[in-house]
Write a protein of this length. Structure first.
Length: 461
């Protein structure tokens, strides 16, 4: 029988928002296993490396040049029969590296039911009928927007940022303030529902602003950011509105306007949480959660789908009506948007790995399609053995040098190398750096799907 370890060749997209040339991790990784006609062009943006079976950019087996999709459909055991049957002979997840130079679309991904409806109505703009929960893990410092801010922060910005209030309308803003006042932190269901309706009302009003009024408001906002950065977007007598200093906030707003002049996204910014992730930190986006990525290199894992409803910071198709209707309007502090990783118990570390503080960390969102485990093997000779799992994995190396062994097949691993590991296979990785000293790190991210133990969630969402 064929050993279920395949080295993959993965394609990279060239969207406008990608990091340019060699600065793009996505491009650098792609180049390590590129098709013969691929070279990194110094001036070209490289946005997304795709690892998986999605037909828009399918990965290939380096050795045979067959697509991974073709291979897993030929041999169901690679995915496991159960997963192959449930997901129509495809990988349940799509694994990506994103290299973000400038903001990319304020967006949300439809839930399963809405995805089916949108796809039936408009297959060109909504190419899949699947939902798309997604998880982001930073590999360099990351900035993004995620979910609505706590209501008290939105209220403060409504008062401190006059152009924002003008766009929403003074009456709508006052109504919002009256409804949420004193109820910002209530956990009573009906009160929260009323708060969400009020939030929906001002958000929809903001999104319906005319281009002329956005342009005029932008001019005033940027003037304030440039002329009075030390007091930007603050009230003289109020507590800190944001985790950032006013001057930092002013700098970000000015930067975003440089990327997308006169865009409604500049004002949506004041309604959403501004999230910064250090390398290794993660966030998970449920269906219908509003978000936008601003900068950084990230590992992203999502259910295999390409459905996006966009509403700002984008030259692409915008669907404001669908977006304002679909959002859940849940609001929460930044800490609640982040996903806390836990120790991954199904890796055995050898003595060198153990004594050097090497680790396997699990990012496990509350869905069945994927989890990701990050493994840092510190010091040459550090080794990790992953228990076999009842589903497929894709592994990418983001730092250092090592080897991977499945059955009697061993392959060299370097930064950017990508492998597919079939279901039920024991997989061993080892740091083999020869001149890295005592603190060299061999880092891999492994996305996998295993249905066992998640039965309770099947069909539940
Ligand atoms: Zn997204």
């Amino acid at each position: 029988m064929q050993v279920p370890l395949l080295r993959l060749q993965c394609g990279v997209n060239s969207y406008d928002w990608g990091k340019v040339g060699e600065e793009s991790c996505a491009a650098k990784y792609a180049a390590t296993t590129a098709a013969p006609d691929f070279t990194i062009e110094a001036e070209k943006p490289y946005a997304e490396l795709w690892m998986g079976t999605h037909p828009s950019l399918p990965s290939k087996d380096v050795e045979t040049q067959r697509t991974l999709l073709d291979l897993v459909q030929d041999n169901q055991a690679l995915l496991s029969t159960e997963i192959s049957e449930r997901y129509g002979g495809r990988l349940p997840f799509l694994f990506k590296v994103l290299s973000i130079r400038k903001a990319l679309s304020i967006q949300a991904h439809p839930n399963k039911k809405l995805a089916e409806k949108l796809h039936a109505r408009d297959a060109r703009n909504y190419p899949d009928d699947n939902h798309k929960p997604e998880m982001t893990i930073a590999i360099t410092p990351f900035e993004g927007l995620c979910g609505f801010r706590p209501l008290s922060e939105i209220t403060q910005f409504l008062q401190a940022v006059e152009p924002l209030r003008r766009l929403i309308g003074d009456q709508k803003s006052s109504e919002f303030e009256q409804i949420v006042k004193g109820n910002e932190d209530s956990d009573d269901f009906e009160v929260m529902q009323r708060n969400k309706d009020a939030l929906r009302s001002i958000f929809t009003s903001l999104m319906e602003s005319s281009p002329e009024s956005i342009e005029a408001a932008t001019k005033d906002l940027i003037a304030a950011a440039e002329n009075t950065p030390a007091s930007f977007a603050t009230l003289s007598d109020a507590a800190e509105t944001d985790h950032l200093q006013p001057a930092e906030l002013a700098a970000i707003v000015t930067r975003l306007n440089g990327q997308f002049p006169n865009d409604i996204g500049l004002f949506v910014f004041f309604m959403l949480n501004f999230v910064q992730l250090a390398p290794g930190e993660a966030m998970f986006l449920k269906a219908d959660d509003i978000h936008a990525y601003i900068s950084g290199d990230i590992i992203e894992c999502m259910a295999s789908s390409d459905n996006v409803v966009r509403a700002g910071f984008t030259p692409k198709f915008k669907d404001v009506d669908t977006l304002t209707q679909m959002l859940t309007y849940s609001y929460a502090p930044i800490e609640e948007q982040k996903l806390e990783p836990t120790d991954y118990p199904y890796t055995i570390l050898n003595a060198t790995a153990y004594t050097s503080g090497s680790s396997s960390t699990l990012y496990d969102p509350p869905i069945e399609e994927f989890s990701v485990v990050k493994t840092d093997l510190i010091r040459t000779g550090a080794k990790a053995t992953f228990d076999p799992i009842g589903g497929p994995s894709i592994l990418i190396c983001t730092a250092g040098r090592g080897r991977i062994t499945v059955g009697n097949k061993t392959e060299e691993v370097q930064e950017g190398y990508v492998f597919f590991v079939g279901a039920e296979a024991e997989c061993v990785i080892e740091n083999t750096e020869s001149d890295g000293g005592d603190d060299n790190v061999f880092t891999t991210f492994k996305a996998f799907c295993e249905l066992t133990g998640k039965e309770d969630m099947v069909n539940g969402h």
